[in-house]
Design a protein around this ligand. Structure first.
Ligand code: COA
Length: 182
C-alpha cells in the first residue's frame, strides 16, 4: 500500500480497487453529501454494476483506486479505458476530506499513470457549477474544450464542461459518448 499525506498531517493509505470492495464502495457513495453525490455519480452502485466495475479494474481495462480511512473509503478515483490512448478521469472524495490537498495528489497520481502508460490525452467532464472541480482541473493542466451531454451513473443527462489534458502534443481525442463503460 502507498499513502497520501493531507494538509492536516493525516495519512491515508491507498491501493487498487479489488474484489471484496463492493460493500465499502457502495457505503462510500451513501456517505457523500447530496451535493457531492450529484457531482460524482460515475456509475450505479447495484451489485451487478459493481461487479462489472471491479472486473474491469482487475483486468486492466480501467485503472481504479481507493484511499482508506480505517475500513472506510475516503476517496475513489480512476481512469476508465486505461487500455486505450484516450482514458477518461473521475475523482470523488468524502466531504470531510475536501480542501486538504488530496484532490491535487489524486490528479497527479492519475496523470503520472497515464503518462507512464503512453496515453495521448486524458479527458473528463465536470458540472457547469462545480467550481472546486474546475479549479482543481485547471490547476493541474486541463483545458476546457467545450460543453457536452454527459450521462451520469443514475441515467441523468446534463450539460457538462469537457476538459482535456494533453500528453502527446497536438492530439485531439476522437468524439465519444460521455457515459460510463459499465
Ligand atoms: C473536486 C474535489 C475532487 C477537489 O478535491 P480537494 O481535495 O478538495 O482539492 P484540493 O484540496 O486538492 O485543492 C486543489 C486546488 O483546488 C482549489 N479548490 C479546492 N476547492 C475549491 C473551491 N471550493 N473553490 C475554488 N477552488 C477550490 C484549491 O484552492 C486548490 O488549489 P491550491 O492547491 O493551489 O490551493 C473534491 O471537492 C470532491 O471530491 N468533490 C465532490 C465530488 C466531485 O466534485 N468530483 C468531481 C466530479 S467532476
Amino acid at each position: 500500500m502507498s499513502e497520501f499525506i493531507l494538509k492536516n498531517g493525516k495519512s491515508l493509505q491507498y491501493r487498487k480497487l479489488q474484489q471484496g470492495d463492493e460493500k465499502s464502495l457502495s457505503a462510500f457513495n451513501v456517505a457523500l453529501s447530496e451535493k457531492s453525490r450529484t457531482l460524482f455519480m460515475p456509475h450505479g452502485y447495484n451489485n451487478e454494476t459493481l461487479t462489472k466495475v471491479i472486473n474491469r479494474a482487475e483486468s486492466g481495462e480501467d485503472a481504479a483506486f481507493i484511499a482508506l480511512d480505517g475500513e472506510r473509503i475516503a476517496a475513489y478515483w480512476f481512469l476508465w479505458w486505461f487500455n486505450t490512448p484516450f482514458p477518461v478521469l473521475g475523482i470523488g472524495i468524502l466531504d470531510e476530506f475536501h480542501s486538504m490537498g488530496l484532490g491535487k495528489q489524486l490528479m497527479h497520481h492519475l496523470i503520472d499513470l497515464a503518462e507512464t502508460r503512453g496515453c495521448e490525452t486524458i479527458e473528463l467532464t465536470t458540472a457547469l457549477d462545480n467550481k472546486a472541480g474546475q479549479a482543481l482541473y485547471e490547476k493541474t493542466g486541463f483545458k476546457r474544450i467545450g460543453v457536452v451531454e454527459n450521462i451520469s451513473g443514475d441515467g441523468k443527462i446534463t450539460e457538462e464542461i469537457h476538459m482535456v489534458y494533453s500528453i502527446k502534443p497536438g492530439v485531439v481525442p476522437p468524439p465519444r459518448k460521455h457515459d460510463s463503460p459499465v
